[in-house]
Design a protein. Structure first.
Length: 557
C-alpha cells in the first residue's frame, strides 16, 4: 500500500511570487515592521527590572527617535505597499487555485488507488486464512482442530485490523495534504498583507477545517441531545394546534419563555462557575428565597406583617423609592455573597466538596428563614416599582394580538454579557478553566486555587443576589420561594455542555440550557401535560445529558 508522492510545484516556489514577497519586505523592513519591532522594544524596556530608571529613559528616548523615523518611512511607503500587496494577493490567488486543483486531483487518485489496494489486501488475507483453516482438518481433529481454527481466525482478524489501520493512516495523510493546500494559500495571503486577515478567507478556511475534521459519530455525540430536543419542540409546535391549544410559535409565547428564562438565567450563571470547577451548588433555591424575602420586606407598600425573629414589623415607605431599591438589591447581594463565601471557604481551605458545603449552607439558610419568618409570605412589592422594573413595554398590535416586551429580559442580557466577559476576557476566567481542568497543575503553574475558588463562590453569590432581588418582582416571596431552583440551574448548565468533570464549557451553553429547560416546561404546560409528569421529561433529559458528557470525557481519556 506504499504510494510514491508526485511532486507538484508549490506557490512558494513561484519566482514571481517570491519577487512580490521580496519587494514587500523591502518596503516594510524600515517602515511598518520596524515600527512594530520598536514598539515591542519599548514595552519590554519599560517592564524590565534589570535596567536602571536612568538607562530606561535613555533607551526609550532612543527608541522613540527611531520610531518617529520609522513611522515616516511607513507613511511614505503605505500607498505603494498596499497596491503591491493587492497585486501579490491576486496573483497568489490565481496560482494557488491551480495548485489546489492539482493537489486535489492527485490525492483523489491516490485515495482511489489506496481503496483498491486495501480491498485486494483484505480479500487476500481472508482467502489465505480460509485456505489455512481448510488445511487444518487434514492434520487435526476434535478439540485440537477447534483450537487451531480459533487461532487462525484470530490471526486473520489481527491482520485485517492492521490492514485497516494502515489504510486509515494513508487516507488521513491524503486528506492532510489536501487541507494543507488550502491552509498554505490563506497563510501566504496573510503574509503578503503583513499579518492582516480577510473575513471571507477566514470563513472559508473555518468551513474547510470543519469539513476536514467532521465525523458523523462525534457530531451526534456532541449534538445528539440538542437534535432530540429540537425534534421535541417541532412535535410540540405541530401538536399544539391539533390539540386545540393554539399556535405555540407566536411572538407573545416566545417573549413569555424569554421572560421566564430571565430570572433563572442568574441562577444558572452563578452555578455554572462552580460546575466549571467540577463542583455544584445545592443552596441556590435558599439564596433566592433569602434575596426575595429581603426585597419583599423593603419594597412592600406599607407596614409589613412579617416579623423576623420577633423584630418588626417594618415600614420602609418613608424612604425614597430609589433608596429602597438600591438597599434591597445591596442587602440581597451582600447576604448571598456572605453565605456563598462561607461555603466557598470550607471548599477552598479544607477541600470539602461543594456538594457538602453548599448543602450545609442550604440547611442553615432554610432554618433561619423559616424560623425567623414563621414561613409567612412577605406580600407583594410596590406596584409602581414592580411595573417599572418587572413589567412590560407595549410594542403594538400584530395580527390582532397585543405584543409586549418583558423588561426582565434587559437585566438578564446584561448579566450574560458580564459573565461572558469574565469567563473569556479576564485572567480570572482563564484561571477558572485551569483550576477546573486540573487544580494541582494550576497550583504548580502559580495560580492560587484558593483565591480562584473563593472568587467563583463570590461571583455566584452576586448572581444569586441579583436573581433573588428580581424574583420578588414575579410573585409574593416567602421562605419557600425558589424550591428546587438549584436542580433546574444545574440541569440547564449540564444540558448546555458545562461538564461536571471540570474545565469544560462555555457561558453560552448555560444560556442555551436555561432557554431549553424553560421552553420545555412552557411547551408541556401549553399542551396541558400534568405538572408532575413534566418532571419525568426533565429527568430523562438530565440523565441523557450527563451520560453523553461522561461518554465524551471517557473518550478524551
Amino acid at each position: 500500500m506504499e504510494q510514491v508522492t508526485g511532486m507538484i510545484s508549490s506557490p512558494e516556489d513561484d519566482a514571481k511570487l517570491q519577487q512580490y514577497t521580496q519587494q514587500l519586505n523591502d518596503l516594510r523592513v524600515d517602515g511598518v515592521n520596524k515600527v512594530l519591532s520598536l514598539q515591542q522594544d519599548i514595552a519590554t524596556t519599560k517592564k524590565s527590572k534589570l535596567i536602571s530608571a536612568e538607562d530606561k529613559q535613555k533607551l526609550i528616548a532612543n527608541f522613540n527617535t527611531q520610531l518617529e523615523a520609522a513611522r515616516k518611512v511607513a507613511a511614505a511607503n503605505k500607498s505603494s505597499e498596499q497596491q503591491l500587496a493587492k497585486e501579490a494577493v491576486a496573483y497568489n490567488n490565481t496560482i494557488s487555485k491551480e495548485y489546489k486543483e492539482k493537489v486535489i486531483a492527485q490525492e483523489n487518485k491516490r485515495l482511489a488507488d489506496l481503496k483498491a489496494a486495501y480491498n485486494q489486501e483484505v480479500a487476500k488475507i481472508k482467502a489465505d486464512a480460509q485456505a489455512e483453516i481448510n488445511g487444518l482438518s487434514s492434520r487435526y481433529s476434535g478439540e485440537e482442530l477447534k483450537e487451531e481454527t480459533s487461532v487462525k481466525r484470530y490471526e486473520m482478524r489481527s491482520a485485517l485490523f492492521d490492514a485497516k489501520s494502515r489504510y486509515t493512516s494513508a487516507v488521513e495523510k491524503c486528506k492532510d495534504t489536501m487541507n494543507q493546500a488550502f491552509i498554505t494559500h490563506v497563510q501566504k495571503n496573510r503574509s503578503l498583507r503583513n499579518g492582516r486577515t480577510n473575513l471571507t478567507e477566514d470563513m472559508s478556511l473555518n468551513f474547510r477545517d470543519y469539513i476536514y475534521k467532521f465525523k458523523l459519530s462525534k457530531f451526534f455525540l456532541d449534538n445528539g441531545l440538542y437534535l432530540a430536543i429540537l425534534v421535541f419542540f417541532i412535535v410540540c409546535i405541530i401538536l399544539a394546534p391539533l390539540s386545540g391549544s393554539g399556535n405555540l410559535l407566536t411572538l407573545p409565547n416566545i417573549f413569555t419563555i424569554l421572560e421566564q428564562s430571565s430570572v433563572r438565567m442568574f441562577y444558572a450563571l452563578g452555578v455554572a462557575g462552580l460546575i466549571l470547577l467540577a463542583g455544584t451548588d445545592l443552596s441556590v433555591g435558599r439564596m433566592v428565597a433569602m434575596g426575595a424575602v429581603v426585597t419583599g420586606l423593603i419594597l412592600h407598600p406599607g407596614m409589613n406583617i412579617v416579623k423576623f425573629f420577633d423584630i418588626g414589623p417594618w415600614d420602609f415607605t418613608a424612604l425614597p423609592m430609589g433608596v429602597r431599591v438600591v438597599m434591597s438589591l445591596a442587602i440581597s447581594i451582600a447576604l448571598c455573597v456572605a453565605f456563598s463565601s462561607f461555603a466557598g471557604f470550607f471548599t477552598a481551605r479544607f477541600k470539602i466538596h461543594p456538594f457538602i458545603s453548599t448543602l450545609a449552607t442550604q440547611l442553615i439558610i432554610y432554618g433561619l428563614l423559616f424560623f425567623g419568618t414563621s414561613g409567612t409570605p412577605v406580600g407583594s412589592i410596590d406596584g409602581g416599582i414592580k411595573d417599572a422594573l418587572g413589567g412590560r413595554w407595549i410594542l403594538g398590535v400584530l395580527n390582532g394580538e397585543l405584543i409586549t416586551f418583558p423588561k426582565l429580559i434587559i437585566p438578564a442580557v446584561i448579566a450574560i454579557v458580564v459573565a461572558w466577559f469574565i469567563w473569556n476576557k479576564t485572567t480570572f476566567g482563564k484561571n477558572m478553566y485551569a483550576v477546573g481542568g486540573n487544580a494541582e497543575a494550576a497550583s504548580v503553574s502559580g495560580i492560587s486555587v484558593f483565591k480562584v475558588t473563593m472568587g467563583v463562590f463570590i461571583m455566584a453569590g452576586i448572581f444569586y443576589g441579583c436573581g433573588g432581588f428580581l424574583e420578588a418582582f414575579k410573585a409574593n416571596a416567602s421562605a419557600g420561594t425558589g424550591q428546587g431552583y438549584e436542580l433546574d440551574a444545574i440541569a440547564a448548565c449540564v444540558v448546555g455542555g458545562i461538564s461536571f468533570n471540570g474545565g469544560i464549557g462555555k457561558i453560552g451553553g448555560a444560556v442555551i440550557g436555561v432557554i431549553i429547560f424553560t421552553g420545555l416546561t412552557y411547551c408541556l404546560t401549553f399542551l396541558g401535560i400534568d405538572t408532575n409528569l413534566q418532571f419525568v421529561f426533565k429527568g430523562f433529559i438530565i440523565i441523557a445529558a450527563v451520560a453523553l458528557d461522561s461518554v465524551k470525557y471517557l473518550k478524551k481519556k
